[in-house]
Design a binder for this molecule. Sequence first.
Ligand code: ADP
Ligand code: MG
Length: 700
Amino acid sequence: MTEFLDQDIQFLPGVGPVRAELLRKELNLHTFRDLVYYFPYKYIDRTKFYKISEVHAQMPHIQVKGKIVSMEVVGVGNKQRLTATFRDETGSMELIWFQGVKWMKENLKLHTTVTIFGKPAEFNGVINVVHPEIEAEGDISLKPSGIFQAHYITSEKMKKKFVTSKALHKIMLLLVEKMKGRVPETLPGPLIGKLKLMSLEEALISIHKPATTLDLKNARFRLKFEELFLIQLKILGLKHARESKFKGYPFTQVGFNFNTFYHDYLPFPLTEAQKRVLREIRRDLSRPIQMNRLLQGDVGSGKTLVALMTALIAFDNGFQACLMAPTEILAQQHFATITRLVEGMHIGCGLLTGSTRAAERSLLHEKLGDGSLQLLIGTHALIEDVVVFRNLGLVIIDEQHRFGVAQRAKLWQKNDTIPPHILVMTATPIPRTLAMTVYGDLDVSVIDELPPGRKPIQTLHYFENRRAEVFQFIRRKVAEGRQIYIVYPLISESENLDLKNLEEGFRHVTETFPEFEVCMVHGRMKPQEKEREMSRFKEGKTQIMVATTVIEVGVDVPNATVMVIESAERFGLSQLHQLRGRVGRGAEQSFCLLMSSYKVTNESRKRLATMVRTNDGFEIAEMDMRLRGPGDMEGTQQSGMGFDLKIANLAKDGQILDMARHEARDLLDTDPRLENEEHLILRKSLSQGKKTDFEWSVIS
Ligand code: ADP
Ligand code: MG
């Protein structure tokens, strides 16, 4: 027998086949359950009354008690409308009807106290409400949900067919009435008791028809908790399963390579954060379980060194390692940095990118096969099937959000006996709550400390009219011997237009600074050309680099101390932060100058203000999530997880998430496979609802 909630919505009174079709097509609602889990997006508090003197046109809605003192039909035919003067002891306003004029005129009562409800507007200095709801004193029929009126998102198509928020509300009220006594609980009794949660049935009723504010609060808490708890249970359960299924090579030795490097080659003492992270990694590697660790650290925090030292541990245990970077430039840079760091240590390092020549390529393949190459650094080229390692034990991925899940999975398979340990590094800090959810099955390490001696970058925002000052500043800095980046955004869909924009900028800069060498770098250049310009800049042969965001990752020129970002209002927060990270790499004070036009949206303004206020990548990431919403955050799309929270909000519900994770962990500690009698209910809850493909977790 179908459970009550599994019934087709068309069998609900007030729905029927036509509306059911509409709800299916427009909102993807099929069953009673889908419907009851379609939550209101807001509630209007019908306990709040205003005086007419308090009302202004910017209020979203008002509720006022007063009397209609006069009315008048204005205009003729189609243009006819009914205008009524509505008054309380503080003033008067107008009520207007364009439809049902005749009926309203006959039924509106003058001089009796009524309550009106609606959206205020202003015309010719007079406040009015068009088509207000009106109710006589004592009449509660218009307040079917008690003190709060629930509002639902509906589509244009639905509105056209009169399935408005109000109509949906009516359907919901019918449903919750019918539902009573027929909603099975989804969480174990002891958990509900421990956290004093509302029952599911009560919560589902209250979310649509709250009796009191407290009632609504408890209902929301219960539903948010459940949503986050089930996700955590799933993620942590999969992590458990993965760890018992996928063995890892225990790297028990910390030996010659690591120690030699640490004692004789390390160019500077490690920061405390680097040490802590290395300890975390070493602990992971020593277990016979595959490591899956995410290393977060702001730009310039010294992740490369951690990567190298992790690789040294792999070599000490007789394994090979690879380091994959998202761009050719970055791969080359890693290769240069690392070979320099280990120079004299006799470690076989190779570089493999799209532009590696065939002859060299086959040499690399050969050395990989016989094991004389210990570390392979490269781009996506590493993934290709022809690249075969003798015994790959460690995969390090830099700037991970640029790689899809599938690509990572391919690297896994490069050791067919036991999968290699995985270290994923990202300079795009992910808000804590998002990391716990999207990357919840990875262990997370954080480098939250910059190497000593760095001066925080100063960030300033300039409007277009102060460009002369900015150019003056650039001139002074170059005279002092510094170098400058000027970055242009990708504005249009068309690369040609963007290029034109960049070229215009380049011409302008060249004309303004005839005395300096200016170069240009963009994504459509050949890798060799790009590389040539980059090296010339690095060697100080050019002073100003005009570029697109291709310089976002990896460029390391300590002498470049000024980053000018043109049309900064067009960039997202995380990208602005990434770009800013290109400067501040040396001992000199660095600057980031954000140029924008006057016309910036509210959101852009907040982004720019955040950049000016803080250098802290985590704070910026939190803000980014608050401004954009968790669903749009970089990384979520590629995570491959159908990320569909109905009620919890990762930007706001961090505390509930902590609680959910904690409870999930406790529960799995005692019963990892959910086999206890009282946990069977959870298996059902996990398989219910939206089918989410969680297989990603096994490979990310
Ligand atoms: P990330 O990859 O995290 O952005 P890098 O690894 O490129 O940062 O390091 C940035 C710079 O800091 C490099 O020039 C590196 O040599 C330097 N660096 C790294 N660790 C330290 C340290 N412990 N002390 C001083 N400088 C360091
Ligand atoms: Mg780096």
